[in-house]
Ligand binder design. Structure first.
Ligand code: AMP
Ligand code: MG
Length: 429
């Protein structure tokens, strides 16, 4: 196999952070841009307590410690009998029953057993559960059919085997998904401190950009970006303020931006950030705050603007207008920015290795994000293919893709069988 063309998966190296305004003019790498953009966030969002029912998708703002053992009692993992196992005994005398929620409270004497239901606490003195299917009743005695198959301690769940009282159940910063919500509930915790959802104001720019549902002018294009970007923002835990399409009228752009900056924790635009593009949005943004225009060595998504808006110094990111470029730039830059608002350290994007199923081409000196489809073969090897045409306006490529193939700036081309890095695309709504 030839040399791997994998992106560096090490944690982005810490270095004295540049301010976001120091990067302007020169071409920066994706990693550098990702790191520098975080300096826009001056303070994390406050936290609030919410009921567990309201907490799905929120990020935990406190460490949770188990107040109890889970399970609370050592209990049966099967329906059957509980007893203190002795290899030299085959007849057992039933002394009563233990049901879920109705424990058998006396201590078992040697040779005694209790009928027990799954989940019921093991009586004192018992250490083993034998399933019903392996028992025969004869008179007032119970006989174990194949005693040589019984292991002492079998079919018993130990108190605290899921989590022990006093140990850390979840670390601060974890995003609460279905498993975590259930886990918290199993501890008896009914409300949790979570970060306030970042409020993200999103608007599109460009006089050709037309809202779906309206008549498409001859030279028009329907506004796809507001839907991809608000979708991605929500998928990443944000609350969206949809500001529509900004008209080409300086006064109304200014007003819209001003109120967005006052209301939102992050303002996102798409379009109008290319070099040499003199449009009203850019002027209005510059008037309202401090702006930097970046060139990031990546494809798609090279032009990017960022800065602060208004007296609140609300972070602002101006994404490229091309629909794929806007999505790729969101995934590389806005996702970590949202995580920063929720007080998270910079983490590299989730990455996996796969082998290229075909020739892929990029260019040295820039990071290429190729939309890919990854599948595993019968040996468990992951393979990745490109979705086909890679124009930065071809949004169908994002629909088809389940990952981005990341060809780092040191890589110009990949041959079939070479190892490449992929970033899986999330598909949770
Ligand atoms: P710009 O960065 O404004 O030069 O836009 C680059 C390309 O993206 C142009 O073809 C625009 O028409 C297109 N574009 C800009 N905004 C949107 C949008 N909201 N939805 C779909 N395409 C857009
Ligand atoms: Mg434009």
């Amino acid at each position: 196999m030839t040399q791997p063309h994998a992106a560096d998966t090490a944690n982005d190296a810490p270095s004295a952070p540049l301010s976001c305004f120091d990067l302007a003019e020169r071409m920066s790498s994706v990693d550098e841009a990702r790191r520098t953009l975080l300096t826009l966030v001056e303070a994390p969002l406050p936290s609030e307590r919410v009921a567990l029912q309201e907490a799905r998708g929120r990020r935990l703002a406190e460490q949770l410690t188990a107040p109890i053992d889970v399970p609370q009692n050592t209990n049966a993992a099967m329906d059957g009998i509980a007893l203190a196992w002795q290899t030299d005994r085959n007849h057992w005398v039933p002394a009563g029953q233990a049901l879920a929620g109705e424990p058998f409270t006396a201590r078992l004497a040697p040779g005694e057993c209790v009928t027990i239901a799954t989940g019921a606490p093991l009586p004192d003195g018992a250490d083993t559960v034998i399933m019903r299917e392996q028992l025969t009743t004869r008179g007032d005695q119970v006989i174990v059919n194949d005693p040589e198959r019984v292991r002492a301690g079998q079919n018993v769940r130990q108190a605290g085997e899921d989590i022990a009282r006093g140990s850390v159940a979840l670390a601060a910063g974890e995003r609460l998904d279905a498993a975590r919500l259930g886990f918290i509930a199993s501890l008896g915790i009914a409300d949790v401190a979570v970060y306030r959802r970042p409020r993200v104001a999103v608007f599109s720019t460009g006089s050709e950009v037309t809202a779906p549902g309206e008549t498409l002018p001859t030279a028009g294009i329907f506004d796809a970006n507001r839907f991809t970007l608000t979708g991605l923002a929500r998928e990443n835990g944000a609350e969206v303020i949809d500001l529509g399409i900004l008209p080409d009228a300086p006064a109304s752009i200014r007003r819209a931006l001003e109120s967005a900056a006052a209301e939102a924790d992050l303002v996102l635009t798409s379009g109008g950030v290319s070099m040499g593009q003199a449009d009203y949005t850019r002027e209005a943004l510059a008037e309202l705050g401090q702006l930097a225009f970046w060139r990031v060595a990546m494809r798609p998504g090279k032009p990017l603007a960022c800065g602060w808006l208004g007296a609140t110094r609300t972070p602002f990111v101006g994404l490229p207008g091309n629909p794929v470029a806007a999505m790729v730039a969101f995934l590389q830059f806005v996702v970590p920015l949202l995580a920063r608002l929720e007080d998270q350290p910079l983490r590299p994007p989730e990455r996996l290795f796969a082998r290229a199923g075909e020739d892929l081409s990029g260019r040295t000196g820039r990071c290429d994000f190729i939309r890919g489809v990854s599948t595993s073969d019968r040996n468990g090897q992951l393979w990745v293919h490109s979705t086909g045409a890679q124009g930065s306006g071809i949004l169908a490529s994002m629909v088809d893709a389940n990952c981005l193939i990341e060809l780092p700036d040191t890589c110009a081309a990949v041959s079939p069988g070479d190892t490449v890095t992929i970033q899986p695309l999330r598909r949770d709504a």
